[in-house]
Structures are given as structure tokens and as C-alpha cells.
Design a protein around this ligand. Structure first.
Ligand SMILES: [Zn+2]
Length: 74
């Protein structure tokens, strides 16, 4: 069964067999039918995938606070 996933107002359809995501239900169902009957996904179909979840997220390196120098009086 095709999974419908909504993320940030964008609905995508996921082929349960190969995990490809599509912008429309028809293509996703088409993919799933192909996957089901062939045991693998169709390159013609999977090239229509959308990858809304793949994003380049820039992760700011966490700045290390310099350890405060403690002057402990003896
Ligand atoms: Zn598929």
C-alpha cells in the first residue's frame, strides 16, 4: 500500500516496497505495482521520484566555550 506522508504542507506518496517518494499518488501506485510484480523498482518510474526530505542542512559547528580559568586560591 502506498503511504501518504505529509510534511510541512507537502504531501508525498511513498512506495512501500522500494521506499521511493512521489509527488502524485498515481505514480506511486504505478511504482508499487511494478515493484510487486517484478520484485524490483522500475528505473523509468523511480526517476520521477521527489525527494522532499533530502535537504542540505547546514549544521553549525557547536562553538566550544573556552573553559573559564579558575583561579582557586589555596
Ligand atoms: Zn516501488
Amino acid at each position: 500500500m502506498v503511504n501518504e506522508v505529509e510534511k510541512r504542507g507537502l504531501t508525498v506518496y511513498v512506495c512501500e516496497l522500494c521506499g521511493s517518494t512521489y509527488g502524485d499518488l498515481e505514480t506511486a501506485e504505478c511504482c508499487e505495482r511494478y515493484c510487486y510484480s517484478h520484485g524490483h523498482s522500475s528505473r523509468d518510474i523511480t526517476q520521477r521520484t521527489v525527494k522532499p526530505f533530502v535537504r542540505f542542512i547546514r549544521v553549525e559547528p557547536r562553538r566550544r566555550e573556552p573553559a573559564p580559568k579558575r583561579s582557586e586560591p589555596r
